[in-house]
Design a protein around this ligand. Sequence first.
Ligand code: SAH
Ligand code: SF4
Length: 369
Amino acid sequence: MNPYPWEDFRPHQQTPYIYGYTCDELTQQILTMGYREVHGPTLFGLLHRYGPNLPSWFDGQRLPRGLWHKITSSDKLDPIHRVEAHQSDDGSTKYRFHISGGSVEGIYMPFPGRHTLCISSQIGCAMGCTFCATGTMGLHRHLSAAEMVSQVLNIKQRHPDETGKTKRFNVVFMGMGEPLHNLDQVLKAVSVLTDPAGLNLSPRDVAVSTSGLIPKIEQMATVKKRPQLMVSIAATTDEARSAIMPVNRAYPLEDLMRCLERYPLRKGERVMLSYVLIENVNDTEEDARRLAAMSQRFPSLVNVIPMNEHEGSPGFVEPDESRTNAFANILLAHGVFTTIRRSRGRDVAGACGQLVQKIARKKNARTYV
Ligand code: SAH
Ligand code: SF4
């Protein structure tokens, strides 16, 4: 068995879609089509402000005749073929995006004053965490930057607030996939989302969550426009972590902690540590104390995520509420910034690949439609 399955990945789709371009790249593109440079930022701004389902009445406005039509009717604009929405009782909406070779998911989560868009970076995942529905799929392929940007635009477009404007929002790469396994395209997507001519997000409004690929965390540390870092811990000893997160065999906990100690944080920034809490697996008092000690080695906050149960991991159960609270209280007593985050959209099949799994199982266990 290959102990490093993530080295054996398949290349992302190479076809350049327009939503994967930065403003400069789009401008270069229209220059080659015979249009003037000045129209690049206008076109880029309109494409990103109005999203993939663009109103045809813009035709010609502020742009040379024909340019808008050529771009918006191009089959190289948007890599997402079809979008399905599943409304949850808790206000969140789960989306399934059909793309070439499969589908991925995203979630819209409203919070007071802002909303959070959770998107995917791969079809499936190579990391094989045993508690995770996506992990049971294996890796099918990386997503391109355009496929990530388009998920954001598709979700954002469907949630204008009452005044017609969109609220402040942030983007988290916590859907399907290991974003740091596909770092080049993730960083490309971040540079498009933060482009001043488009959505103009701050890099700090974007977060990537990783299972702990140390060389990739080190690579991200050198990037100027780097997103916020979230790390999934899930266990407090190497033995326990290697059993549920195979990535720990290559990058054990102590190495990961040292890497996070060195990670260059900006003013006020913290590393967000996610801890999926599983009954009788990682929920003891000693676990809480060890997690507190780890988190105090660098500025951090801990998100405790009670296990979202699914068919793919029958032995993994959510602890009862009092046990979850007791775990969080130990962290708090040690002065750790702690939140308990129940997965949003549980009634529409929970976090991390579970919607896709459910539908795939119903139709044909071999294809991830
Ligand atoms: N691959 C990245 C990001 C996607 S997973 C990572 O692992 O960080 C996003 C988060 O969902 C991770 O923190 C992971 O631990 C958590 N998660 C996965 N399966 C879960 C489940 N069944 N219940 C609760 N959280 C889960
Ligand atoms: Fe991949 Fe993250 Fe799921 Fe692990 S938890 S299998 S890294 S998506």
